[in-house]
Write a new protein. Structure first.
Length: 211
């Protein structure tokens, strides 16, 4: 069995090929005002379909913490809703920061409802952020997930199947550790499927943003 580090490296390499792959899709999303009006972020989801008759593909979730630096605060967890029939397993992130991000599922993100999969510091949706854990204001992190399911289903999946808005917001993030001791839960919105960027365009935009 491959180690988590090897699987993560493979996932990020695969996602890095998105711009050159006809089997890939990407979406971008932006946060809206959350419970407390403290946290803000943006992100992308990059989906790499598996080869024909293969049972697992790769999803890369990249997040930028855009909260005001003077407020402090850390993005400590996130969760999203997916199309029925998909099973996700968190592989790891792209840094060696020491933060212990772990897989979460069946997440109660009240008042925004239940979410299927995600990751959080210590595997605790309500935890993290103290004293200095998570994605700080101005920081970014990329998270890799293995996505498994029926090959026929995976062949038809695109990035919007990981941002299911049929029951409300498709994505939500958790913030803790603000200067006033506050926390926040912040949902996000994405453009409609008709605006889904081609992988080439999305890959170029992501590289520019990372610079």
């Amino acid at each position: 069995m491959k180690s988590t580090g090897m699987r993560l490296a493979g996932a990020i390499v695969a996602a890095g090929l998105l711009a050159a792959s006809a089997r890939a899709s990407m979406l971008s999303f932006e946060s809206v005002e959350g419970n407390e009006g403290l946290g803000a972020y943006s992100g992308t989801m990059e989906w790499q379909r598996p080869g024909k008759d293969e049972g697992c593909g790769m999803l890369l979730v990249t997040l930028w913490n855009e909260s005001p630096e003077e407020n402090g605060g850390f993005l400590t967890g996130f969760a999203f809703r997916v199309t029925d029939g998909l099973l996700l397993t968190y592989l790891g992130d792209n840094t060696a920061s020491g933060d212990s991000w772990e897989h979460i599922s069946n997440v109660n993100a009240h008042p925004y409802g239940m979410y299927d999969f995600g990751a959080a510091i210590g595997g605790n949706w309500l935890g993290g952020g103290s004293p200095h854990a998570g994605i700080a204001a101005g920081g970014m992190k990329a998270f890799a997930f293995e996505v498994c399911g029926d090959p026929t289903l995976l062949e038809s999946v695109d990035a919007f199947d990981f941002f299911d808005e049929t029951e409300g917001y498709g994505f939500v993030a958790r913030f803790k550790g603000f200067e006033d001791g506050g926390s926040d839960k912040v949902p996000a919105v994405a453009p409609g499927p008709g605006a889904l960027a081609l992988a080439v365009v999305g890959g170029i935009a992501l590289r520019r943003r990372m610079r």
